[in-house]
Design a protein around this ligand. Structure first.
Ligand code: ATP
Length: 234
């Protein structure tokens, strides 16, 4: 039996006739921090949505947390996945605390744990404010707290640090490191390879729907034979 958290085999996703992702193989292991990097439109969000079962693959097989989600609905494993979408939006009239309670109930997790999540992301003082009053950084903190409900075994974070100041980015990476040390698989998408290279165990590079590189930073440098090119591109 496979010990992989996620296994993608021969994944192609087309929107109409246009391929968004083409023939991607990818394995994510427990405790790994994977950086998924690429330009706009490279296929990063599409891959993440495929892993969540939010969209269906055109061809290929996807196993997530032991379930073949190409054949079965992904709802059974959703509670074990933490997902922070790009451009997270919350119901404006809800407070941060109410929002976390809503998601904890949805995931059938203990609502009492939410206080420690609020502390972890530094939102205790703002927990009873409506989310409409939150800044971008506060919304991202709340989104991360929501993703962490129930100590998920798989964390899928779609460009979580875009637009955050350096201190908040560090906070995010520290939390991500702790989750991986705890055994979670963390996949984080970004345009910024330079920011991620010291904070990831493996880097997967997408370009126009193709996986063009997959390895450690040292592997990628050896492959490219020109590290400055990778840095310049991302
Ligand atoms: P970004 O960094 O800009 O978020 P990305 O790497 O996440 O980009 P995707 O959002 O996965 O890229 O998009 C990959 C390709 O699929 C793009 O060409 C995009 O236009 C297309 N695409 C994505 N979603 C849809 C959709 N719902 N309908 C049609 N085309 C789509």
């Amino acid at each position: 039996m496979s010990t992989a958290t996620v296994s993608l085999r021969g994944i192609t996703k087309r929107y109409g006739n246009r391929p968004a992702v083409t023939d991607v193989d990818l394995v994510l292991l427990p405790g790994e921090r994977i950086a998924l990097v690429g330009h706009n439109g490279a296929g990063k969000s599409t891959l993440i949505k495929l892993m969540l079962g939010l969209i269906r693959t055109s061809t290929g097989q996807i196993d997530v947390l032991g379930a073949d989600i190409t054949r079965h609905k992904a709802s059974a494993i959703r509670a074990d996945i933490g997902y922070l979408p790009e451009n997270v939006v919350f119901p404006p009239a809800m407070t941060g605390r109410e929002l976390l309670s809503f998601y904890a109930r949805l995931k059938r997790r203990d609502v009492a744990q939410n206080q420690s999540l609020l502390e972890r992301v530094g939102l205790v003082d703002a927990a009873d404010q409506r989310t409409s009053t939150y800044s971008k950084g506060m919304r991202q903190r709340l989104g991360l707290a929501q993703a962490l409900i129930g100590r998920p075994r798989l964390l899928l974070l779609d460009e979580p640090t875009t637009g955050l100041d350096p201190a908040l980015r560090r906070t995010f990476y520290d939390i991500i490191d702790a989750c991986a040390q705890d055994g979670a698989t963390v996949l984080l998408s970004s345009h910024a390879l330079a920011e991620l290279e010291s904070r990831s165990d493996r880097i997967v590079v997408m370009n126009r729907g193709l996986k063009v590189a997959d390895g450690t930073l040292a592997d990628l440098r050896a492959l490219a034979r020109c590290p400055t090119r990778i840095r310049a591109d991302f």
